[in-house]
Design a protein around this ligand. Structure first.
Ligand code: GTQ
Ligand code: FE2
Length: 355
């Protein structure tokens, strides 16, 4: 007994000395450090457009953009991530609201970014001096270190979804930032950017631009192309040809024409169209994703909980949480994820349950 007490005292002293020496033994925390399967701190969550949009409008009235204010982006803050402006541990998702005649000044950063246009048209974004028009349904890229700024040259506000790898770049201490020139690069708003004139001709690659690039050189993926690709998949299915991802579910992935892979090194982006009544398999995967209801309504069964989703809503799916989607009407969904990070590091896994 006296020996035990003596041992206990020595053990306590050992832990005190560990702490004083900046050490922490594995055996006191192995469950949390090495779980049997991912147990994310981020929680499954849905943001309703009916809540988001009025708040964005109010910030449009009250909060100016411009130097200091920079861009009026309102980030989804996952309730499991301690109030940080992170939708997931790797991904930033925000709605950005640009009022009539407003300009968000030019800058660049090492974080990769995209915009997916939700409402309106008439803003153009400048990507390294190339003005790119923005319209509902367009998917636009500003890969890391490209200068970019936004200009609303109309009398109506515009809203889009921003996706960036801000949390990932923050954790990995890889962030750099620079302000751009104060003056506006170009006042003209061409319908088609120089990037699209060079790169967006089906199956045709400019011979002047050889070699793979880490990010897609396409500044804008236009809604018309996405919409037709999805319609064609469903029409082919009707004609008895294999074309869809699963029955009644057409899907396309935005790709980098210089590699055939994802648009940016850290972000995958896709567009999904479900016929009325179609239901997806229940799927889970390593890494996190965010779904945006572009149009229509349906039901999302997220980690076993059923949610009705409508136009504009955002669904955040943490790592390894199962999701199943059912379409109550034709359902159009934009989706982005951090999958390329996991694939490149050989950490990716997925699991599917068709019923
Ligand atoms: O529009 O440049 O949502 O730099 C976050 C950071 C948007 C942007 C965001 C940004 C931007
Ligand atoms: Fe930016």
């Amino acid at each position: 007994m006296t020996i035990d007490t003596h041992e206990d005292a020595r053990l306590r002293q050992l832990y005190d000395d560990f702490a004083a020496a900046g050490l922490n033994p594995l055996w006191t925390q192995v469950g949390d450090l090495m779980p049997m399967s991912p147990s994310p701190q981020a929680v499954p969550h849905i943001w309703k457009w009916s809540t988001l949009y009025p708040l964005a409008q109010r910030s449009g009235e009250l909060v100016p953009v411009g130097r200091g204010g920079e861009r009026r982006a309102i980030a989804l803050a996952n309730p499991g991530l301690g109030g940080r402006p992170y939708a997931t541990p790797t991904l930033w998702a925000a709605i950005q609201y640009l009022g009539p005649r407003e300009v968000a000044p030019e800058h660049r950063h090492s974080q990769n970014a995209f915009r997916f246009v939700v409402e309106g048209e008439g803003v153009w974004t400048v990507v390294d001096g190339d003005p790119v028009a923005m319209r509902r349904g367009d998917f636009l890229l500003t890969p890391g270190w490209n200068f970019h700024g936004h200009h609303n040259v109309t009398d109506s506000p515009m809203t889009w979804l921003d996706g960036l790898d801000i949390p990932f770049v923050h954790y990995t201490d890889a962030g750099f930032f620079e302000f751009g020139p104060e003056e506006v690069t170009n006042e003209a708003t061409p319908n088609v950017s120089r990037s699209e004139r060079l790169w967006v001709h089906p199956g045709l690659r400019p011979v002047s631009q050889p070699g793979p690039r880490p990010s897609s050189p396409i500044a804008a993926y236009r809604w018309g192309h996405t919409d037709r690709a999805l319609d064609d998949q469903l029409a082919l299915e009707d004609e008895g040809h294999p074309a869809t991802a699963e029955p009644g579910h057409a899907a396309v992935r935005y790709s980098n024409p210089t590699t055939g892979g994802d648009v940016m090194p850290t972000i995958r982006a896709e567009f999904h169209r479900l016929r009325e009544g179609a239901v997806t398999a229940t799927r889970r995967e390593v890494g996190s994703s965010i779904w945006h209801v572009f149009d229509g309504s349906g039901t999302a069964v997220l980690d076993g909980v059923e949610h009705v989703v409508n136009r504009g809503d955002l669904i955040v799916v943490p790592s390894w949480k199962p999701l199943r989607v059912a379409a109550d009407s034709r359902l159009d969904l934009f989706r982005f994820s951090d999958t390329p990070i996991y694939e490149q590091l050989n950490l990716y896994r997925t699991e599917e349950d068709s019923r």
